[in-house]
Design a protein around this ligand. Structure first.
Ligand code: 13P
Ligand code: SF4
Length: 378
């Protein structure tokens, strides 16, 4: 696997204004041959160069639709660039400006461990077990998911994907008696409970313990078997932050990403994907107050865009995704210079066999429609 090169000083020592100007020149030169995609968590200095911005679902759809662009530069994290490579055409090249921009949650699930877990679980029940992998997962895991008859999901369509998995096959579903959810336990649990399942319908598979630390009875009792993974950014938000922000700002509405732990989602007014959070706050009345439990770059940008509303990060501090932050102006310019000089750097290329299987799981995700509104607690 390619490793991230150290950037020459012409990038690392350059002034911000110089970097801005050089990126703008490269964008103009490359024209329609280039498409820059930016996830909502990117820094302002990078997102301003994106041709399209979005949540992970929208960015996958955009990557699948960018047939004119020869180069897709993905300002996001590794799994997003892999997904873009899988759904784009063979002629297109997907570039991740910094190979160190991986998703810490995706790295909590190793493909061999996930395959072994799926086999173990299937051996312990007579019911059909369908794997559903959050799009924040490696291409290898997406491929295993497809081979097991499952699909990927994002936080925008996870509920509809679970409903598809549980629907009988003669009604177009996957006929699951149980769903094996990787890698984020919180997204899966929050969704199962929002669908009306009791907490006992979920059990947690710990890959560090024999048989996940579960008994055959635990598996028999569960409808949702959750991989023990989490996002360290969303795990920063705790129940006491909800209480503190409500006390400091009476009347404030608390809205959180479903990667937050259950007790935080329970105390919030609503939960939603980055796209759902943006839609909710964009539509809110002037003068309203919002505490948002998700990555700070997005929340701070929302606050700047809506100066007529009070908007803060739920913990009233920062909650940065260090991995997303690794895409910065020097790396973006370096990647664009590589394209212009015909010395492509950091191309993300998923091996064909893996890509062919993973595409099935991703296509199911793209075909299952998203929910546009947040899930409210009232
Ligand atoms: P979205 O699907 O809401 O864009 O979230 C992606 C992500 O990585 C959240 O941490
Ligand atoms: Fe991964 Fe968490 Fe960063 Fe999202 S915020 S990309 S889940 S580490």
């Amino acid at each position: 696997m390619e490793t991230q090169a150290l950037l020459p000083s012409e990038y690392t020592q350059a002034e911000s204004a110089d970097l801005d100007a050089r990126i703008a020149v490269r964008k103009r030169q490359l024209g329609e041959r280039l498409c820059i995609l930016g996830h909502h968590y990117q820094r302002d200095e990078v997102i301003k160069f994106a041709d399209f911005t979005g949540d992970s679902l929208k960015l996958s759809q955009l990557a699948a639709g960018q047939s004119d662009a020869e180069f897709i530069v993905f300002c996001g994290v590794h799994f997003m660039a892999e997904s873009a490579d899988i759904v784009s055409s063979d002629q297109q090249k997907v570039i991740l400006p910094n190979l160190h921009a991986g998703c810490a949650m995706a790295e909590m699930a190793d493909v061999e461990d996930v395959s072994a877990a799926l086999e173990e679980i299937c051996a312990l029940t007579s019911e059909t077990v369908i794997p559903i992998s959050y799009v924040n997962s490696t291409a290898d895991i997406k491929a295993v998911t497809a081979r097991g008859g499952g699909a990927c999901c994002t936080s925008s369509n996870v509920r509809n994907v679970f409903e598809w998995a549980l629907a009988p096959t003669d009604k177009g579903g996957a006929g699951a008696g149980k769903i094996f959810c990787t890698p984020d336990q919180h997204l899966a649990r929050n969704t199962a409970l929002a669908m009306g399942y009791p907490p006992e319908a979920c059990c947690v598979y710990d890959p560090h313990l024999p048989c996940g630390g579960l008994t055959p009875q635990d598996i028999e009792n569960a409808t949702f078997i959750l991989w023990k993974g989490h996002c360290y950014v969303h795990q920063l938000f705790r129940a006491e932050h909800v209480a503190a922000v409500r006390e400091a700002h009476p009347g404030i509405r608390v809205i959180v990403h479903p990667e937050c732990p259950r007790e935080v989602v329970d105390l919030a007014d609503a939960a939603g994907s980055t796209a759902q959070i943006i839609t909710e706050i964009d539509a809110a009345a002037p003068g309203t107050k919002w505490a948002v439990g998700t990555e700070s770059n997005l929340v701070n940008r929302l606050a700047k865009r809506h100066s007529d509303k009070f908007i803060c990060v739920l913990n009233q501090a920062t909650a940065a995704c260090t991995q997303m932050c690794r895409i910065d102006r020097p790396h973006l310019l370096w990647a664009l210079d590589g394209i212009a000089n015909r010395q492509i750097v950091n191309q993300i290329k998923v091996p064909q066999e893996t890509a062919d299987d993973a595409r099935v799981a991703l296509q199911r995700m793209i075909d299952i429609k998203p929910v546009t509104q947040v899930t409210t607690n009232q």
